[in-house]
Design a protein around this ligand. Structure first.
Ligand SMILES: Cc1cc2nc3c(=O)[nH]c(=O)nc-3n(C[C@H](O)[C@H](O)[C@H](O)COP(=O)(O)OP(=O)(O)OC[C@H]3O[C@@H](n4cnc5c(N)ncnc54)[C@H](O)[C@@H]3O)c2cc1C
Length: 220
């Protein structure tokens, strides 16, 4: 798995503080807001987050390139609707060699691992056979498994990212997307610590009476 923060809104926290500042500044001008100090930015944003005015942090966008992840992960990822996606096409990019994710649970079981690899080899052999028969990649790809690797670019704003981290850093989320979510969180914390320092699973308010893992995964 590779998780790269490609780009983000310049001064993401400052632009959101400016947006919040514009609410109450009688003589607001873009240049006067530019003068906000780091301390003022910190105070404004913390206040807005505390009182629940999260719309102001929608002005900050973050774009990631995620690669070497499974199609299971990408399917779960794109369920998050307040985002933009561009995914590698299986029509344009033919996977000539087997390229798939193997979970630890299978890796550490030699028999299961052998069976898994054998089935993957057979699938790719079948895929190549269809391509060699002149079947369009658009149709041949139907034989490929959920484990097939993919690459996807995703852009989310800070508000959606915080929601994403709440549900996908949680122990209830699948291990692969959880790993990706923590890698994304690590990257955005470097550039927008005020938004993301407390971001992560909501263990404090876990509403899962049956699935509550009783683990606080926040610090992971
Ligand atoms: C552990 C786990 C297990 C899951 N299992 C399943 C499963 O078995 N089957 C399945 O189908 N899905 C499953 N999901 C996916 C889940 O149901 C959501 O589709 C996914 O987490 C996207 O989150 P979201 O809907 O909160 O919102 P996002 O799309 O990320 O949107 C963010 C927020 O915007 C608001 N919003 C967005 N769109 C609308 C809208 N149209 N109307 C009103 N408000 C909106 C909501 O407040 C929402 O929370 C699972 C998710 C997790 C984390």
């Amino acid at each position: 798995m590779k998780v790269e923060l490609i780009t983000h809104t310049p001064d993401p926290e400052k632009i959101c503080a400016i947006a919040a500042h514009s609410w109450c500044a009688k003589d607001f001008t873009a240049s006067s807001s530019e003068q906000l100090t780091d301390g003022e930015i910190n105070n404004i944003l913390k206040k807005m987050m505390k009182i629940g005015h999260h719309s102001v942090i929608e002005h900050a966008n973050f774009t990631f390139y995620i690669s070497d992840v499974s199609r299971v992960l990408s399917h779960q990822l794109v369920r998050h609707r307040i985002a933009s996606y561009s995914q590698q096409s299986q029509k344009c990019v033919q996977l000539n060699e087997p390229s798939f994710i193997t979970p630890q649970s299978i890796k550490k079981n030699p028999e299961a691992n052998e069976k898994y690899r054998k089935i993957m080899d057979e699938i790719w052999e079948g895929y190549r056979f269809l391509i060699n028969e002149g079947i369009d990649a658009d149709d041949a790809r139907l034989i490929l498994p959920n484990a097939t690797t993919t690459a996807i670019i995703v852009t989310m704003n800070a508000r959606e990212l915080r929601h994403f981290f709440e549900v996908r850093c949680c122990m209830r989320a699948n291990w692969e997307i959880r790993k990706m979510a923590y890698a994304m969180l690590k990257e955005v914390r470097k550039v927008a610590p005020i938004f993301f320092e407390e971001s992560g699973p909501r263990c404090d308010i876990c509403q899962e009476p049956l699935l509550n893992c009783k683990k606080n995964t926040k610090k992971k």
